[in-house]
Each structure stands twice: as C-alpha cells, then as structure tokens.
Ligand binder design. Structure first.
Ligand code: NDP
Length: 431
C-alpha cells in the first residue's frame, strides 16, 4: 500500500490472489520470487486526451493503458470509458486479466486501459472526436503482435469502430489491432454475445456438478449492458426465468420474466435508462437504487454490472432468500466479505476470472481469424467458446482439489491462472 497509495481496488485484487497462492508457495517455494514481479506492471502509460465538444469548448480527459504482463502472449484486455476510471481501477482490471487470459488456454498476456471520459449524454460526434484523440496517443503503444485492446464498460461497437478508423488512418495498416470490431471490418461472430453466453456455459457446469440444470430456475442479473443482456439471453434459452435487471440508477422486476427485446431496444439502440422499461411493460416494477436488486428472491444471482456491487449485506440477503448459485459476469463484483458469506454457506460461487473469461477468449478467436484472413460461422465460434468454458471449469476445479481447496473455485482459478504465467516467467529469466 505504501508503493501504490490510493489504489484500494488494486490492493483488493492482489490480496485475493496472494491469499490463494499460499498453498502453492508452500509446495513450490521457487515461485516466491515471481510474486514480486507479477504485481508490478511491465509498463503503464498515462496520457492527455484533449477534444472539442459540440459547443466548441475544450475538454480534457485522462487516458490509460497498463501493459501488465506479456509472459504468455501480447497484452490483451479491454478499454473502459467511465467517469470513475483512475490508475488503480485500471491496474486492478489489468492484474485480474493476466490470470483470466491464462485460464483460457490461449496465448494472450494481460493488459487494460481506458479513460475517465463519460460517453453518457454525449453526441455521436463528440464520442468520435474523443475516440480519435484517444487513439492519436494510444496507437504508438499497441499493435496486432504487441497489445490488442477490446471493449469494456462504456466501450462497445460504436467506440471500437471510431478507435479502429483512427488507428488505420494513423498507421495505414489493416491489422487486427482491436477486437470487438464490426462484422463488416474484421469482427468475429459471437463476440457480442461471448461474455454473457460464456458465463452461462460456466454456470451450467456448476449446476451439472450438483445434479441440476437451468430449467425453471429464477435468475437475477444485475446491469443491462453487454454482459448482462447476453447472460440473460442464454439463461432464458436454457429454460430459466430472468426476473430482474438494473442500471446504475435502479432496477426493474418483472415476475413474468424480463422482455429482452425491450431491453435491447432501450439499451443498445435508444441508449435509455432502464426505468423506461416499465412504460412499455406496466405490470413490471421499477425501484430507485441498483443495490436493491439483491433483495429479490432467486435461485441464481449473476452480477454483471461493476466491481464491488455485492457487499456483505447483499450477499447475506441473497443467502437468506435461498440463493443456490452465484456466478460473476462483471469483474470483481463481490467484495471479499460477500465471497466469504457465500463460501461459509456453501453456495457454489463462480469467480469472474474463470466465469467471465468467455469474452476475452472469443477476442483471441477474433485475432486468430484476422491473422488467417478468414471468418468462422456463429456456430463454429459458439462451439469453441463453449468448449473453452467447460475446460476452464474443469481445470479450475481440478487445481482446487490438487491444492486442497476442494469446491473453492476462487482459489482454483487464481492458482491455475498463476501457474502457467509463472512457469513462462521463470523460463524467460529475470526480465
Ligand atoms: P456496459 O457498459 O455494456 O454495461 C455496464 C452495465 O453496468 C450498465 O448497465 C451500467 O449501467 C451498469 N453499471 C455501471 N456502473 C455501475 C454502477 N456503479 N452501479 C450499478 N450499475 C453500474 O459494460 P459491460 O457489460 O461490457 O461490462 C460489465 C462488467 O463486465 C464490467 O465489470 C466489465 O469489466 C466486465 N466484463 C466485460 C466484458 C465484455 O466482454 N464486455 C468481458 C469481461 C468482463 P449505466 O448504463 O447506468 O452505467
């Protein structure tokens, strides 16, 4: 904490991993030295992003790219545009990304970036000018074999398009330097759905292990962005009923099951608040404040909005209401105290590093298609995604057993992700 003051989410992410690694260091003390290096990013870039708004006024935001670890492949991880972004948040996300990317089994290192720019309420032209200015600095630090950013909160298809256009203009090359691209210019089928679908494929394995499936289960999904929408869609396809979703202002409850066509229209096309749902479905309820969503009775909770959205109180409420499974779609949405509540009550818990790895895995598949100059079908990519999620579940639970942490998928994911990166770092010497 002395070395990285004012970065509580980064400390939280590091502490969780270091605690899980205790049995590894006991068994293999040779890994101890790796820990000093793995918590230090290889490179951090912070830059000024000036742009002019629609009223002709100068605006200045801050841009970030943290290139955390390239032991097993080029840096890979999303860009987040949200007013809460600071270097500590980008470092927490970049650090988690190292282990998640390792778990996918694909050759990708860990990185993350973004800006404190808020796309909400901005015109398309303002978002474009911001993205062009952001890329005017970022382009010199990235490349198809160097660092390949993707989307995250506030960065979807529109933003990736503007960023890609500017990269191409500055460099003159047509490289797969970003993922999450549109289908007409190198994007991969299934990438939009990948994180949410992947989360539910992982959840299916958790259910199977307990002799259950998704049919007729009641599910609560927080958020209403990219991850939330497609987690809800896949859960419904597999027979579950999704009764609640949220945004940062509040949540909706629809006992008949949320109408996802309305959510997609509101969020992907009209860029509206979730409150507008009840105007179109008057039998549904809207409540102010996103936290209340965890007071709804459900079998399965899928937090898909943001970090630390489930605290100890919310976790206790979920348990008291009989929740049977929890799997994380967002990055670090449960506080350490909340995870303890789930574990103490023996609720199977899927940690983000494992359960939301489907997005980055499919981004890596997009990189492969770009390199091969080909496009796979939706079914091909979806089948690969499913296979990857099943493997991540199996590997995570196998490693948890091997290190004496049976049923603890948090420990299993941290250890399995770490071992591959640590071996690569040792083989490459002190660099
Ligand atoms: P989006 O921007 O598409 O959606 C984010 C959603 O979360 C929105 O509904 C947003 O509501 C809500 N939200 C944001 N901040 C808060 C807050 N403080 N309290 C409550 N709700 C909030 O982002 P994504 O769906 O892409 O990302 C969601 C999470 O999943 C993040 O943690 C991200 O890091 C993680 N993730 C995303 C991946 C991807 O492929 N997209 C891959 C792996 C992880 P509002 O509109 O009001 O801001």
């Amino acid at each position: 904490t002395k070395r990285n003051p004012g970065e509580p989410t980064f400390h939280q992410a590091v502490m969780e991993v270091l605690e899980s690694l205790e049995p590894v260091i006991e068994k293999h003390p040779e890994y101890a030295d790796i820990l000093h290096r793995i918590v230090e990013p290889e490179r951090q870039i912070i830059f000024r992003v000036p742009w002019v708004d629609d009223n002709g006024r100068l605006q200045v935001n801050r841009g970030f790219r943290v290139q955390f670890n390239s032991a097993i492949g080029p840096y890979k991880g999303g860009l987040r545009f949200h007013p809460s972004v600071n270097v500590g948040i980008i470092k927490f996300l970049g650090f988690e990304q190292i282990f998640k990317n390792s778990l996918t089994g694909l050759p990708i290192g860990g990185g993350k970036g973004g800006s404190d720019f808020d796309p909400k309420g901005k015109s398309d032209a303002e978002v474009m000018r911001f993205c062009q200015s952001f890329m005017t600095e970022l382009f010199r630090h990235i490349g198809a074999d160097v660092d390949v950013p993707a989307g995250d909160i506030g960065v979807g298809g529109r933003e990736i398009g503007y960023l890609y256009g500017q990269y191409k203009r500055l460099t003159g090359v047509y490289h797969g330097v970003l993922t999450g691209k549109g289908l007409s210019y190198g994007g991969s089928l299934t990438r939009t759905e990948a994180t949410g679908y992947g989360l539910v494929y992982f959840l299916e394995e958790m259910l199977k292990e307990n002799g259950q499936d998704l049919a007729n289960k009641t599910v609560v999904v927080s958020g209403s962005g990219n991850v939330a929408i497609y987690a809800a869609e896949k859960a419904r396809q597999l027979g579950a009923r999704v009764v609640a979703m949220s945004d940062s202002n509040g949540y909706i409850f629809d006992a008949d099951g949320i109408n996802l066509a309305t959510i997609k229209q509101l969020k992907e096309i009209e860029r509206q608040r979730i409150k507008a749902y009840v105007e179109r479905h008057p039998s549904a309820e809207y409540h102010e404040g996103p936290k209340g969503i965890w007071s709804i009775k459900c079998d399965i909770a899928l937090p898909c909005a943001t970090q630390n959205e489930i605290d100890e109180e919310s976790a206790s409420q979920l348990v008291a209401n009989g929740v049977k499974f929890v799997a994380e779609g967002a990055n670090m949405p449960s506080t350490p105290e909340a995870i303890k509540v789930f574990q103490d009550n023996r609720i199977p818990f899927g940690p983000a590093k494992a359960s939301n790895a489907g997005g980055v895995a499919t981004s890596a598949l997009e990189m492969s298609q770009n390199s091969m100059r080909c496009s796979w079908t939706f079914e091909e990519v979806d089948a690969k995604l499913k296979g990857i999620m099943i493997n991540i579940y199996r590997e995570t639970s196998r490693v948890a057993r091997e290190y004496g942490c049976e049923d603890n998928l948090v420990a299993g994911a941290n250890i399995a992700g770490f071992l591959k990166v640590a071996d690569a770092m040792m083989a490459q010497g002190i660099v």
